[in-house]
Design a protein around this ligand. Structure first.
Ligand code: ADP
Ligand code: MG
Length: 249
């Protein structure tokens, strides 16, 4: 079986402080996994390693693979990591859109990993690319906002634009770091439904860090919990008992 993500013995030390301890992780293609754990448990650090945005310890860092290819091994990035990264859509708590650009332009920027950067910066997108971007916006329910400035949308809408951008990028794996942490409950629900929908209908693999366990239980079948940079739980989310949870936070 091909894994979307496979992590073996991942160690990460900042200065004198080890923040990831021999992590092992297997995420099959098409899974939707909640990554949970208290603040400071290493969730964001782990996600950055999966995307090749950070490297494990030199010599003892272990391995990260995505879709059967090495992202990093013992602290050394694959030299084609840029190409691998184009298969990852990264979604941040703070949306990371270019506020002064239109919603459509922001979604089109997603395709930049797959085409000439120069062409993209000049705004020279072809008809096919524009159609793909509009379709992605329709998919997240925001087609009517295509020509608005991104900064005029609500936080939840901006987050769905970020998801459309990942779709337009044709990312196979979505890594979402606290995507609903700064949203009201209704917007949070819509963002989680959008993630669940692209997981179910498009078969995208989704790994989402969540502070609120209730959202994890509602939208994800599988959970991985970290505690102090160690894996504390990895299994069907309905096996996360209250005892477990009270120990986790
Ligand atoms: P979480 O996302 O679960 O809240 P993080 O991955 O952000 O946790 O952080 C895990 C630990 O690593 C924390 O103790 C944090 O202070 C530390 N850490 C994260 N990034 C750095 C860094 N660049 N330099 C030093 N320490 C860091
Ligand atoms: Mg974090």
């Amino acid at each position: 079986m091909t894994h979307a993500i496979r992590v073996q013995s991942l160690n990460k030390t900042f200065g004198a402080r080890q923040v990831l301890h021999g992590l092992e992780l297997d995420v099959p293609v098409g899974a939707m996994v909640a990554l949970i754990g208290a603040s400071g448990s290493g969730k964001s650090t782990l996600l950055r390693h999966l995307a090749g945005l950070a490297t494990g310890d030199r010599n003892s860092g272990g391995e990260v693979q995505m879709l059967g290819q090495d992202v990093q091994k013992n602290g050394v990035l694959n030299r084609n990591v840029r190409r691998l990264r184009s298969d990852i859509g990264y979604i941040f708590q703070q949306f990371n859109l270019v506020g002064r650009l239109s919603v459509l332009k922001n979604v089109l920027l997603g395709s930049l990993g797959r085409m000439s950067r120069v062409r993209g910066t000049l705004g020279l997108f072809n008809k096919q690319e524009v159609n793909d971007a509009l379709r992605a916006l329709e998919r997240v329910g925001l087609l009517e906002y295509a020509y608005r400035r991104a900064s005029t949308l609500s936080g939840g809408q901006q987050q769905r634009v970020a998801i459309a951008r990942a779709l337009c990028q044709k990312a196979e794996i979505i890594l979402a770091d606290e995507p609903i942490a700064s949203l009201d409950p209704e917007s949070a629900r819509k963002v989680m439904e959008t993630l669940a929908d692209i997981n179910k209908r498009d078969g995208k693999t989704v790994i989402v860090t969540l502070h609120q366990v209730d959202y994890a239980v509602k939208y994800c079948r599988h959970a991985v919990a970290l505690k102090g940079g160690k894996k504390y739980f990895d299994g069907p989310i309905n096996r996360l008992t209250n005892d477990f949870l009270s120990d986790l936070y």
